[in-house]
Ligand binder design. Sequence first.
Ligand code: PLP
Length: 441
Amino acid sequence: MSQEPALRTDLNLATSDALFTRAKDHIPGGVNSPVRAFRAVGGHPVFMQSAKGAWLTDVDGNRYLDFINSWGPMILGHAPEVVLSAVQDAIQGSLSFGAPTRREVEMAELIKKMVPSIEKVRLVNSGTEATMSAIRVARGYTGRNKIIKFEGCYHGHGDSFLIAAGSGALTLGTPDSPGVTEGVAQDTITVAYNDLAATHAAIEANKDQVAALILEPVVGNMGLVAPAEGYLQGLRALCTEHGIVLIFDEVMTGFRLARGGAQELYGIKPDMTTLGKIIGGGMPVGAYGGRQDIMDCVAPAGKVYQAGTLSGNPIATAAGIAQLTYLHEHPELYPELERITTRIADGTRQIAAELGLNYTVNQVGSMFSVFFTDKPVNNLEDAKTSDTEAFGRYFRAMLHRGIYLAPAQYEALFVSTAVTDDLVDHYLTACRESMREAHGL
Ligand SMILES: *Cc1c(COP(=O)(O)O)cnc(C)c1O
């Protein structure tokens, strides 16, 4: 790519720094979502101006090769023509009606075609709304109160999910944020990911009280962690045996690991699925869906209430349909994304090994994480053995070479179809220099 900037270590961030100073006077912590503040890596956040394909441009004119892609949605790279033109067409017809539209029907049909376990689907405006609604529906359907979730999985900022594990595997959780009540914590049980026996024990200890078991089938929110062999099958069997609604939170993995998400990749049929991120093509869209008998509990078909003034928004659905249609019609892009990401993961692993670091690089499809630890990472406890100080130095060294990584160790990185082999080489050169710099080698 001729427009590729030379690797450099000088960065003028004067406008970003000035904006951040202003932002802190008006917005809590200066940001509208905590991870953006760069607190886990040090330094100040970069304010973005525009993006195209694989490249971000900040307000000072610096360019970065993007491995966040808005935390996943921009799987086709930034500003892809198919999505932009659909949105441009749609805005001519007004931005919202609060009444049914044709595109909502088309979007539901498309989602069902791509994710066959979904028999009925409801659109919402974020992943958080999708997961909050899904557990309400599961509770309404089963008439039970408790849910089981897993350490290191993230399901948005709903009260029921901001619960830390209790001191023992079978004890009830405690609020993980001020403002979440003990009452809510009583209904959430948190167990270790990839530990089937612990899940079994938690179900036995709460017999006939567990409405739903919710997890990221491939976890992206403690860094990337894959399910152990047989783990998802085991959870499926436990849920069937105990009448528990199995919810796959595929807000991150949906339409990314395969057209039908992690459930297609691993061949597991959950009872419910939550979606977000890619589904909106960069616009605020989420969805939850699943078995018809469960989804028919949702108002006005059933008695479980859930609603949204802007749900199924005409511009958001135009963007979502355009991106999903493209993915549906181009299945060949998934093996290609995996090939490119495997080059990145293998290359990073090799560079670390050459420097005597033996870091763990986890990858599934077009998601990967570089854990600054030599321990295999299969759960949150493993992930926490990472050297986060060294990661912070690496992050800053990469940023100064024009590579935009997630500003925290415990996040996954996302590869878009805009990343070419040349750009992988560019990344690996920056990676080698930054690994050295971060470790004083
Ligand atoms: C991002 C994410 C959410 C929350 O989605 P928002 O749109 O940020 O509310 C929920 N679950 C998973 C798995 C996610 O990655």
